[in-house]
Design a protein. Structure first.
Length: 880
């Protein structure tokens, strides 16, 4: 084709520099484009025009394109192939990248490079032209012989292959229909040859030379095929097809022929893969599938996209731990010690986990329930899961399910899809390499649903002990036994877990921590862990308990300890900088007068060290950097702090983190106690809400204005909450006389000429649920009576139209929230009295719980001196 090509290529060609393969005239190749010059070329020559056909490129092989166009053009290979781009595929993300499908037309030679930027353009001379071949009789004859010989070998090679394969039959037909001159190029690109060999063929401009060079390559291929056929003869005849176009191993060593390690490696890989399949302990069904696939793989040319797919599949199959497991070491006493060592508090959770493990010890049967830890973030759910794996001596793997809305995330894609992958379960098994790990299914409550199916339904199959012994991932398409895997799920709330899934799990509530528990956790676990992570020692940094309490109350507001942990991280980083700086400074203070013992770090002492020096520096430098100096200097004894500190001196160790240092590192406190301020007007009451993130206190505000008796509700409320508000108003209206509640004009009809507005901050957070009922009543009672609600009381409870108070959930979390906020009295429904047992002793001591069965009792407990009528009638008018 090339030599008889009637194509006349332009005299100037844009050059595409390639380094991967060698494009020969008459063959087609895919090449990726990601360097600056090549990208420019594709953009301006291929993507801008209307038709790809209109541009002929000069493909220069074996020439790496420099990464940036600022660099000089490397020396170009002398001969290239003029090519047509047949297809351009590409994307701009994450970085620009194109793949070109190019077909070679004819050889050319660079005469002169005309320009280098933005992409090289060269003046070229076309090399493959019919009339250019020598015309004398002798050469023609010689060439005739050569070409005849070449043709013979080519036919022999093709006939050794299986003609029933359509590609082989087509090749046979091509041999006859193509001009002989085109055959060397075409066959070289089809048979197994290395890049260097192809390059030599490209450089062989004379046809005679080209024939001469290609014949040994053909012979080599034929010999390889022969040997292969011999070795396979005793096997099924069928294997003839397997030989495909390339030999499995190079047999003859042709002088001048170059070694091609890559391809040998590929073949080795397949042999290895086959061996692995044979020796692997996979079940029979899986084994059968693998054998079938590897047969298919051998028949496929490597360039076929399916080749890589099948190979990946087989690699996964042999890597999967079909029969590999770890041995459980179950010692309940050791487990208890380990759980206690790793986690402070959370008694209920630890107890249940130990029970679970004990049952496993007695009966080695995993068909038990799946444990699901439910609680706010940062309370240690994941970390307990990890400890369980540790106690059992099993591998641990976490699967984050938050936001997963495609069932193929769990169950994999069918292999027919492009980019198909196994699901997360099978992937996890491959990662851990054993079939009995502990899988932590994190955030099961945040599974989504979409058009791609319901991942929760797919999880059912995984979690159901009756079904999971033959879980079939779509990608694997054979069953895998999951019954040895120990699944533990975590969630923030059970409300959004699909009921069918919930049914398969045993819920263990993990409530938030009290301040005291947090302090203990911080000092036993979080601080030592952070110090270790930052390479610090207790001799270098000290964080007293008061500081921890300060961080808990003023820098974090959470049920768990995650932000607290992060704050310690921030402190450690700040200190680490100072310590590292100090290590480089040669001048060291005499430490002899600084006590190293713990007594030195008493909080009292640290306050003494907060000398004027601190403030002086604060004004001088300000900001975090300046402040860090203070933290460090702060640890010095008084005598040192009197003199202006020398920044060149290394910091005194250990560095004490006290209130001022805290402010410098973490900034001003984020949360202040605002409760009493906000309750300084009538029409405000504090409710207690439960959220997936733990308990929260919630202010309810009401105001009234002239109007037509309308009720406005703001703060993103759900339907149930809106109904509670209507109920509250109705109850107050019907009891207005009893409590002597009046509107602005003194009428007992509260809505007469009056509009009411109720607001629930924070406005951006959606709220719903019936438990705000009592708070709304109290807030409105305060508004219409003009009396202030006690500033230290919070409440929760559902109401009925007749004024009864019904029980609600989440009492423990709500009580902890009230305690965190520094409140003193909590009003709860009487029927929730039993929940008080769960509340930690110290919280119960600090809070006084009032149980109420009707709204009368709520109001009496919420207002100073009770809320009965007519006791202080004068007060009403004076406040209004
Ligand atoms: P969750 O999974 O509940 O969101 P994590 O398990 O990730 O929370 O816990 C966050 C961090 O808090 C972890 O570093 C964990 O070790 C620590 N932590 C939480 N609770 C405790 C506890 N009771 N004792 C010790 N460390 C804890």
């Amino acid at each position: 084709m090339s030599s008889v090509s009637p194509i006349q290529i332009p005299r100037r060609l844009p050059l595409l520099l390639t380094n991967e393969g060698v494009l020969l005239p008459g063959s087609t190749m895919r090449t990726s484009v990601d360097s600056a010059r090549n990208l420019q070329l594709v953009r301006s020559r291929l993507l801008k025009g209307t038709s790809l056909q209109s541009t002929i490129l000069g493909v220069i092989p074996n020439t790496p394109d420099p990464a940036s166009d600022a660099q000089d053009l490397p020396p170009l290979h002398r001969i290239g192939t003029a090519a047509l781009a047949v297809q351009v595929v590409g994307s701009n993300w994450p970085k620009p990248h194109y793949t070109l499908l190019i077909t070679g037309l004819c050889r050319f030679q660079i005469v002169q490079v005309l320009k280098e930027k933005p992409y090289p353009v060269a003046e070229v001379e076309q090399l493959d032209r019919l009339e250019e071949f020598p015309n004398t009789c002798k050469t023609r004859e010689e060439l005739g012989e050569l070409s005849e010989q070449f043709y013979k070998y080519a036919v022999q090679l093709v006939e050794m292959l299986d003609m029933s394969v359509p590609a082989v039959a087509k090749l046979r037909r091509l041999l006859d229909s193509l001009p002989r001159e085109a055959l060397p190029d075409i066959l070289t690109s089809i048979i197994r040859t290395s890049n260097k060999e192809k390059l030599q063929i490209l450089d062989a401009v004379s046809l005679e030379e080209r024939f001469k060079m290609t014949i040994p390559l053909l012979v080599r291929q034929i010999e390889g095929l022969k040997l292969l056929q011999k070795t396979r003869k005793h096997k099924q005849d069928d294997d003839k097809r397997v030989i495909a176009i390339r030999p499995i191993r190079r047999i003859t060593h042709i002088p001048g022929a170059l070694e091609d390690d890559d391809e040998d490696e590929d073949n080795d890989d397949i042999v290895m893969l086959e061996r692995k399949i044979r020796t692997s302990s996979m079940p029979e069904q899986a084994h059968k599938v693998c054998v079938k696939e590897i047969k298919r793989l051998k028949k496929m040319p490597q360039s076929m996209p399916e080749y890589a797919l099948t190979r990946n599949y087989l690699e996964l199959m042999v890597e999967l731990p079909w029969n590999k497991s770890t041995t459980d070491r179950l010692d309940i006493r050791a487990a208890r010690i380990l759980l206690d060592n790793d986690h402070y508090a959370m008694e209920k959770l630890k107890k249940r986990v130990l029970e679970y493990l004990a049952v496993r010890q007695l009966k080695n049967n995993l068909k038990g329930p799946i444990l699901c830890f439910v609680g706010p973030p940062g309370v240690g759910k994941t970390s307990v899961g990890r400890s369980v794996a540790k106690t059992l001596g099993r591998e641990f793997h976490r699967i984050a399910l938050g936001g997963v809305c495609d069932q193929s995330d769990i169950r994999g894609h069918r292999r027919t899809y492009v980019g198909s992958m196994p699901g997360r379960i099978i992937n996890g098994l491959k990662t851990v390499g054993v079939n009995n790990p502990v899988f932590l299914l994190d955030e099961v409550d945040k599974l989504g649903k979409s058009l791609q199916g319901d991942p929760a339904a797919a999880l059912l199959e995984v979690l159901d002990p009756e079904q999971n012994h033959n879980f079939t991932d779509h990608y694997l398409n054979v069953a895998f036994d999951l019954s040895q895997v120990l699944f533990i799920a975590t969630a923030n709330t059970t409300a959004t877990i699909p009921p069918a899934l919930l049914d398969r799990m045993e819920i263990i509530q993990v409530p938030g921590y009290t301040q005291e528990e947090k302090i203990e956790i911080a000092h036993r676990h979080l601080i030592p862990k952070q110090l270790e992570q930052h390479g610090l020692t207790p001799q270098q940094i000290q964080i007293p308990q008061v500081t921890t309490l300060d961080i808990i109350t003023r820098y974090t507001r959470e049920a768990g300890v995650r932000s607290l942990d992060r704050k310690f991280g921030a402190i450690c980083r700040a200190v680490a900088v100072k310590v590292a700086e100090g290590q480089h400074k040669e001048a060291k203070l005499d430490h002899s007068d600084v006590a190293e013992g713990e007594g030195f770090w008493l909080q009292g002492l640290s306050n003494i060290f907060l000398s004027s020096n601190w403030k002086y520096r604060d004004q001088q430098k300000g900001g975090l950097i300046g402040c860090r100096e203070h933290i460090l200097e702060d640890a010095k004894p008084e005598s040192i702090s009197d003199t202006p500190p020398d920044l060149a001196l290394p910091p005194e160790m250990p560095i004490l983190i006290d209130f001022h240092a805290l402010k410098d590192i973490l900034g001003p406190p984020m949360y202040e106690m605002e409760v009493s301020e906000r309750l300084s007007q009538p029409g405000v009451a504090i409710g207690l809400a439960w959220t997936p993130l733990g308990g929260e206190i919630m202010f309810v505000e009401a105001s009234r204005m002239d109007g037509e008796g309308q009720l406005t509700l703001t703060g993103q409320l759900g339907d149930v909450m809106k109904e509670s508000a209507h109920l509250a108003i109705s109850w107050l209206r019907s009891n207005a006389k009893k409590y002597h509640l009046t509107n602005a004009s003194g009428s007992f009809d509260l809505l007469d000429n009056t509009d009411i507005h109720l607001h629930f901050p924070a406005g951006a957070v959606t709220k719903d649920g019936p438990s705000a009922g009592v708070t709304i009543v109290t807030c409105l009672a305060s508004l219409f009576s003009g009396r202030l609600v006690r500033s230290d009381v919070a409440m929760t409870g559902e109401i009925t139209l007749r004024g009864l108070v019904l029980p609600v959930g989440g009492i423990k979390d709500k009580a902890l929230a009230a305690h965190r906020a520094g409140l003193k009295r909590v009003i709860i429904p009487q029927r929730n009295e039993k929940d008080l047992e769960e509340i930690p002793g110290n919280v119960r001591q600090d809070l006084s719980f009032v149980t109420a069965s009707c709204l009368d009792e709520v109001l009496n407990a919420a207002f100073d001196g009770g809320f009965t009528v007519n006791t202080r009638p004068g007060l009403l008018n004076s406040k209004l």
